[in-house]
Design a protein around this ligand. Structure first.
Ligand SMILES: [Zn+2]
Length: 423
């Protein structure tokens, strides 16, 4: 993509009250636009990253054998009355239609997926199965702060599993836990898995996933070696003690919550009377688990974990583009034409190889501004083409995560970039 064509450019002035690092950098970099507190538009750059995050999550859920669906956000009040959550969940958005009928705007989907599964699963032969969606969710937050980490409208992957036995549920729950850790790692996040209480969902087993970042709201006592962690408020272990899982040393860390999983037992299947026929021809209640990852929140957590004083430093797997191609202006028109045509060849050659390039081709922007812009947007690799580099038939190569630049022969750039991006 040519930067000159991108309608959503970087913003110089972001209001000082941008309350968090992720909001400030995502707004400044032209990734999102804040419509109102807790509600954001995902602009072209931000949407590319959000889609990459969601694709990683989708692949890991598919690998578990879960089947993707898409459920309505508009949900009948009766379902929420059935689970006693119409009054019980204070962050639930409630709507009244012109016919005075009331609806919930989904903050979660147990109320839709449980009766849905009930329509299809009647016998032990129909179970177990898991289904998930990636959808927009709504929460009536009193104070929406922390940028895209806590929105009133946000993106979420929610998965639900249905089982005949506790053994089957536990087996799937543990595999889902591993799949979550894998998805976070692929997004460039180090996470700790913390045993948690059930919140609005359940009193049964549940875990939360904490992405490590210095800006994290939650303080953890966590293992330096493995994923084990405890919330410091309820920790039974202390800093310096041995990890009960692997024997590693426990240390204090800060995290942002990026997902939860819950063993729901029969909480929701009780509410809807969801039974299956077992192999003896007897009715038995279905067991259920639910598994959530806030995907837009995950983008915020990635920014919190990967930035410096110049801007975002995207992990390659979720960067909106791989390469930031910057062309600098020459006063000599003939040289300028050569820079442009060389850059165009490079841009097209990289694109043909499946490499995603954002080319800052703006003719009247100063080098300093282009470099600052490129650092703010934070693509993994920057290639600069200038009059000096053209004379050497080279480009300047600089990774966003390091400070040193080097010169790479134009003839070698494509193979070097491919090599660099190979996972
Ligand atoms: Zn450990």
């Amino acid at each position: 993509m040519r930067y000159s064509q991108l309608f959503s450019k970087t913003q110089k002035n972001v209001s000082q009250d941008s309350e968090s690092i992720n909001a400030k950098l995502l707004i400044q970099g032209g990734f999102v636009d804040q419509e109102m507190a807790g509600v954001y538009t995902w602009l072209p750059l931000g949407l590319r990253t959000l889609r990459k995050v969601e694709q990683i999550v989708r692949e890991e859920m598919d690998a578990l054998g879960a089947q993707e669906i898409f459920m309505p956000s508009l949900q009948p009040k009766e379902y929420w009355l059935a689970t006693k959550r119409w009054e019980g969940v204070d962050i639930l958005f409630k709507l009244k239609s012109q016919t005075d009928k009331e609806y919930a705007l989904g903050c979660t989907h147990e109320e839709v997926v449980t009766p849905l599964a009930q329509k299809f699963a009647h016998s032990y032969k129909d179970l177990p199965f898991a289904t998930y969606q990636i959808n927009t969710k709504f929460r009536d937050e009193l104070r929406a702060k922390s940028g895209v980490l806590r929105g009133r409208e946000f993106r979420m992957k929610d998965m639900y599993s249905f089982h005949t036995t506790q053994e089957s549920l536990t087996e799937f729950y543990n595999r889902a836990l591993e799949a979550y850790v894998k998805a976070y790692k692929r997004c460039g996040l180090a996470v700790k898995v913390v045993q948690a209480s059930g919140g609005i969902f359940t009193e049964n087993a549940s875990h939360e996933f904490q992405a490590l970042t210095d800006a994290g709201e939650d303080v953890l006592i966590a293992c330096e070696k493995c994923e084990f962690g405890q919330n410091s408020e309820v920790a039974t272990l202390k800093v310096g003690e041995a990890c009960p899982k692997c024997g590693g040393t426990l240390a204090q860390m800060k995290g942002v919550e990026v997902g939860n999983i819950f063993d729901l037992g029969t909480k929701y299947t009780d509410a809807f009377g969801f039974d299956f026929m077992n192999d003896k021809g007897e009715k038995q209640r279905v067991l259920m688990g639910c598994y959530g990852i806030g995907t837009s929140r995950l983008v915020g957590a990635i920014v919190e974990a990967h930035h410096d004083d110049k801007g975002i430093v995207w992990p390659t797997s979720v960067a909106p583009f791989h390469v930031s191609l910057v062309t600098l202006r020459s006063r000599d028109e003939a040289v300028q034409a050569q820079i442009d045509s060389t850059a165009k060849d490079l841009y097209e050659g990289l694109a043909a190889a499946g490499i995603e390039v954002l080319w800052d081709d703006r003719p009247d922007t100063s080098p300093g501004e282009k470099f600052a812009n490129s650092d703010l947007i934070g693509l993994p690799l920057r290639l600069v083409l200038s009059e000096r580099m053209l004379k050497e038939q080279s480009v300047e190569w600089k990774q966003r995560s390091t400070s040193e630049a080097q010169s790479v022969a134009l003839a070698d750039v494509l193979s070097r970039v491919k090599e660099y991006l190979r996972p």
